[in-house]
Design a protein around this ligand. Sequence first.
Ligand SMILES: NC(=O)c1ccc[n+]([C@@H]2O[C@H](COP(=O)([O-])OP(=O)(O)OC[C@H]3O[C@@H](n4cnc5c(N)ncnc54)[C@H](O)[C@@H]3O)[C@@H](O)[C@H]2O)c1
Length: 422
Amino acid sequence: MRAEEVAQDLRSPVLEPGPRFAGATTTDTRALSAATDDERATTARPDPGTTGLPRRGYRAGILGVGFMGGVHARAVRTGGGVVTLVAASDVDTARDAADLLGARAVADSAEELIASPDVDVVHVCTPNHLHVELARAALQAGKHVVCEKPLAVDVHGAAELAGLAAAAREADGRVAVVPFAYRFHPMVREARERVRRGAVGTISLVHGSYLQDWLLRDSDDNWRVDPALGGASRAFGDIGSHFCDLLEFTTGHRIVRLVAQSATVYPQRVGADGVTHRVETEDAVTLQYQTDRGALGTAVISQVSAGRKNRLFLEISGTESTLTFDQEQPETLWEGRRDASRLLVRDPETLSAAAARYSRLPAGHPQGYQECFDALVADTAAAIGGAVPDGLPTFDDGLRAARLAAAVGESVRSGGWVEVSR
Ligand SMILES: NC(=O)c1ccc[n+]([C@@H]2O[C@H](COP(=O)([O-])OP(=O)(O)OC[C@H]3O[C@@H](n4cnc5c(N)ncnc54)[C@H](O)[C@@H]3O)[C@@H](O)[C@H]2O)c1
C-alpha cells in the first residue's frame, strides 16, 4: 500500500455503531446483522491484503479497568466501536478509570454489565481466577466474548469454555476470542507466510524465550503471585502461553512432548501491604520439546531476568533459512542464510499480503503492541460480521494453552517427559 493510500485509509469514515445497533437486546446477538446487505458485504469481505483491516465497531462492555482494560478500550474505540460500560472490583475503581477508558457509563457489577442490552461484546480483563465464571456468564447471556489469557487456570475450566463457545458459534455464529495478540504483529505474519511458502525449508529447530523483570525483587508483588488468583502456574501460565502460541501459530507445528523444570527465586515476597507471604508459583521455567513434524526446541520463560521488559523471542531454523522475531523490535524480522543474511523491515509495499494487511502505517512509522490489539478487535468485529479472519485466536487456542501449561506442571512434578494432549 502506498503512503497516500494508507493515509487515505486511516481518514476513511468510521461507522458509528451506536445508532445502527440500537435496539439490540442481551440475547439478540443478531442485532449486529441488522446492517444493510452492502454494509454486511463490507464486513464479510476479507481484505485482499493491501486495503487494510475491515472497520466495523461494536458496543463493548469491559470487565477490569487495569492495564488490559485500557488496552482493550483503546482498541475498541480505534475500531469505531464504543465502550458502553465498564466494571471493576468495585464501583469507585471503575468510576475512576471510566474517563481514561472513554467509557460511556459504569456498571455496579460484572453481572449488570453482562446483562446490559447495550453490550454486544463482553471483554474479560480481570485476574485469571475470574475468567471462567465471567466468560461463562457472558456466553450464557448471549454475548460475544473476548477473554484474556490464560482462558482458565486449569484444563477443566478451559475445556468448559471452549465447549460453550463452540455451542454459541453453532447456535448463532457468536465469536469467542482469546487475545494471543502477538499474532498480529505484521512481521509475525511475514514469518508465518515465509514458513508456509517453504522459504525456511524443513524446520529442524524452533526455540526462544519470553523474559521479563517486573518480579525481579522480593518486594515486587502482584495478584499473579497468588495461585488462588493467578493459577498454579505463574510464569508459564502468564507468558509461556504466549511463547507456545506464537511458536505453533508461526510454524504450524504442534508441541507433542516436553520436559520442563521451574525455579522460584524467592520463597517469600513482601506484598504492597508490607506483609510477607510464602510464594507457591514459579518465577521461571525452562523446557525442551519436540513437535509433531519432528522439530526440536528449547525455551526459557522468566519474570526475573534483569533488564528484560517484554522480550518475546522466537527463532525458527530450517534447511533453507532461519527467521528470528523479537517482540521488542517488532518492525523487523531477521532472515539468516548461509550465503547472506538480512534484516527485513516492515513495509506494506514489499511485505506479503498476509503481513501487509496488518500494516496500518507506512514503512518507517513504527507500530507495535497497541496496534496488535487494534487488529485483534478489528478481526473480532469482522468475525462477528460473518468473515473468517485468518489467525483469529479462539477459545480453542485458550484450551490448547491450558493443556500445554498442564503438561509443563506435570513434567515439573515428575521430572520426566510428558506427552501433550491435543
Ligand atoms: N494478552 C496480553 O498480552 C496480556 C497482557 C497483560 C495481561 N493480560 C491478562 O489480562 C488480565 C488482566 O491483567 P491486567 O494486567 O490488566 O491486571 P490489572 O491488575 O492491571 O487489572 C485487573 C482489573 O480487574 C479488576 N477486577 C478485579 N476483580 C474484578 C471483578 N470481580 N469484576 C470486574 N473487575 C474486576 C480490577 O479492578 C482491575 O481493574 C489477566 O488475565 C492477564 O493475564 C494479557
